[in-house]
Ligand binder design. Structure first.
Ligand code: PAF
Length: 282
């Protein structure tokens, strides 16, 4: 695996791959790699001949300094995982290379970025937009792989690619879970064994909702019942629980509407913020 943190060798390696007619697949990450990332890489391997993983903890997408400073990082372990997964190139730039100065341009994704994560983590998606565009411009991948656990992010990137005419095929990769259903996340390392068990109730609630939503008319009732279930779980504190159109991310009222519907949840366990979602109707 070729590893670089600078631009000249990145360009050289990518141009060698392109000259060989290889399709380039980008898996953007912030490191602390887990099996969810490994699944993105596996998908990248099946779609493309040349897989590049970026690791960059993007300061612009954190709205709280503590969250940024405490974000898990394990470069050595990550390197070995990527090497074993036969990744072709690891790009791990430092902040000075990516942001020689704080960008003055702002990216506004419009209404789709104003609820859920966008409402609670002000500036988060604007920061994601800037780093993703930078990576797209520097790497020019043919394919890009994003996890569906961050569904709102996935939908925003889909819009970005379409509206800015990036010649990139976006692949959304289903969430990888622990045996007990807990969605894999880099933040799970901050949870104790008890915390991990409590956190697994998030997915239990989502599955309950999926199994029961057809017998209910209104989204409000489903959310109320689900919140009741979550409130009974000691140590679990729900931040939001919302039912939305999967493509527009607009909240929906009736569960009988046509089209894809998603239920999204954010919760705290032991002070760790976790998000998850389930497609109620696909
Ligand atoms: O999903 C993530 O890990 C990050 O938001 C991303 C896409 C790597 C941008 O920093």
């Amino acid at each position: 695996m070729y590893h670089t943190n600078e631009l000249t060798s990145l360009e050289e390696e990518l141009s060698k791959a392109s000259k060989k007619g290889m399709k380039i697949g980008l898996v953007p990450t912030m490191g602390a790699l887990h099996d969810g990332h490994m699944e993105l890489i596996k998908q990248a391997r099946t779609h493309t001949e040349y897989v590049i993983v970026s690791i960059f903890i993007n300061p612009l997408q954190f709205n709280q300094t503590d969250d940024f400073l405490n974000y898990p990082s394990n470069p050595k372990k990550d390197y070995n995982k990527l090497k074993n997964a036969e990744v072709d190139l690891l790009f791990s730039p430092d902040a000075k290379l990516i942001y020689p100065k704080k960008p003055s341009v702002k990216i506004d994704f419009g209404s789709i970025s104003k609820n859920l994560e966008g409402a609670l983590r002000l500036g988060h998606f604007e920061g994601v937009g800037i780093i993703v565009m930078k990576l797209f411009n520097l790497i020019k991948p043919n394919f890009a792989f994003f996890g569906l656990k961050d569904l709102q992010q996935y939908v925003l990137i889909k819009n970005l690619i379409k509206e800015f005419s990036y010649p990139i095929k976006l692949i959304g990769v289903p969430t990888v879970r622990e045996e007990n259903g807990l969605a894999l996340s880099s933040r799970n390392v901050h949870l104790s064994p008890t915390g991990l068990t409590i956190a697994s109730q998030i997915y239990k609630g989502l599955v309950w909702a999926k199994n029961n939503f057809e017998s209910l008319q209104s989204a409000q009732i489903l959310v109320l019942k689900l919140k009741n279930f979550y409130n009974k779980q000691k140590g679990l504190s729900i931040e939001y629980c919302e039912i939305l159109n999967s493509n527009t991310f607009k909240p929906i009222k009736s569960l009988q509407v046509k089209g894809r519907i998603t239920l999204c949840v954010a919760a705290y366990v032991e002070g760790v913020r976790l998000i998850d979602n389930i497609f109620l109707k696909e």
